[in-house]
Structures are given as C-alpha cells and as structure tokens.
Design a binder for this molecule. Structure first.
Ligand SMILES: [Zn+2]
Length: 231
C-alpha cells in the first residue's frame, strides 16, 4: 500500500536531499542527484579488471581473477562522504543505488555474463544488530538488481575480530583466516561468484572470503568494492 498523500506531505515538510550535495532531489531521483552521479570519482577498473592496482594487491593472497572498485577513495571526497552515510547514518539505500549504478557499468562491458551469483563479505552479528543492515550486502543487492543475477548470502562469520588497526599485516591475515565459513544451505561448487565488500584496504578480509569460496570449489571468484584507494 502506498500512502501517497502522506509521502507528499512528508516531502513538503522534509524534502528528500541528495546524499552527495544535500540539494533537494527530484521525484525521479533516488539517493543522489544527477550532478553528483555524473561527478562520482569512478576508477574504470572494470575496463581492465585483470590488470590493475587491486589485482596486484591481492596477488599471493588468493588466486585473483577480476578485481574491481567502483570508486576511488579520497579523504574528504565524495566516496568518503557516501560511505560514511551508508555505514553510520542509516542510509542502506545509498549502497543499493551505488550497486545499481555499478551494475549498469559492468553490464555495458559484458561482465554480467561472468557470474552465476553475487555475495558479500558478512558483517559481524553485533555490528549487524547495531546498524540493522550490512552495507556491503546492500551494494551486492544493488548490483544484483541491475544485472538480474541472484544475490546469495553464502558466507558466514564465525567469531568476532577485535579491531585490527594495531596489528601487522601478517597478524591481520591470520586473524581473519579462521573467521569466515560457508553457509551449508547453499551450493558453492562450480559456481562463478562475484564477491563484494564496501572498501578494500589491505585486501585481507576479501581474500580470506574468496579463499573460503575457492576451498568450497567455487569455479571462479571475482571481487568488487564500492571504493578503494589510499586510506
Ligand atoms: Zn547531489
């Protein structure tokens, strides 16, 4: 049921504003205005998905195939602003919109033919409870929507990882390796999977999840994140 009158009333009192620039949105706009969409700092990694900085980053940690990031992360820039609202301001729809936009780009270059399913790095239960949603999953759901490929929550998180910022890279890798597993109710064998996350920093979490999928005999695991860059 749609409460059109109520929605119109709310829109009058609290006009929907763009998550990028705070200007009022038109009815046909979702979370971002056209100007902000046009100025998103895109990486174009999807044009060289087997040959870019991110592929180099995960090499040696997993068997990299296609590794991509929609946006370039810059401190104080648009991608940081959007990620902050997606994670901390109860705006899961930003993940959906970014995922959908990225899905269209991936489809344009024919990459949608590469996957049977999309899955995301899972959020710890406590964080999920606090936030109410997994921001990476929202991104995956958006991609799923524009590509018409099912989103499947294949990966589960076993134990809590304490904050990892003070640990060395090797310690971090050890720490995350035992954290993830496969949800036994899904079949992974032979599947071509697009694994998504919100950001890529060291690549430890993503590669750990990719290895869990590969160890369960996934045929191929590709990776896509909302943003990557210098953190
Ligand atoms: Zn805007």
């Amino acid at each position: 049921m749609r409460f059109t009158f109520w929605e119109d009333f709310l829109a009058l009192v609290f006009p929907k504003t763009c998550a990028g620039c705070n200007q009022s949105l038109f009815d046909f706009e979702y979370m971002l205005c056209k100007a902000c969409i046009a100025s998103l700092p895109m990486t174009n990694y999807h044009l060289q998905p087997q040959n870019n900085d991110l592929v180099v980053k995960v090499m040696g940690l997993t068997k990299p195939n296609l590794v991509m990031s929609f946006l370039r992360f810059t401190k104080g820039g648009m991608s940081q602003r959007l990620l902050h609202q997606l994670k901390y301001k109860n705006k899961p729809e930003i993940g959906i919109e970014l995922g959908q936009l990225y899905g269209y780009l991936l489809k344009d270059v024919g990459l949608d033919k590469n996957w049977d399913m999309i899955t995301a790095v899972p959020l710890h239960r406590n964080k999920f409870r606090r936030r109410g949603y997994n921001q990476s999953e929202q991104f995956g759901l958006g991609i799923s929507k524009s590509l018409g490929i099912p989103y499947v929550p294949l990966i589960v998180r076993h134990i809590y990882t304490e904050t990892q910022t003070s640990k060395s890279r090797i310690e971090r890798l050890d720490n995350v390796a035992s954290v993830f597993g496969i949800d036994g109710s899904f079949e992974v064998q032979g599947q071509r999977i697009l694994l998504v996350d919100d950001v890529m920093t060291t690549g430890a979490t993503l590669t750990s999840c990719a290895n869990v999928l590969l160890n369960a005999n996934a045929k191929v695991v590709d990776m896509a994140v909302i943003a990557a860059g210098k953190f």
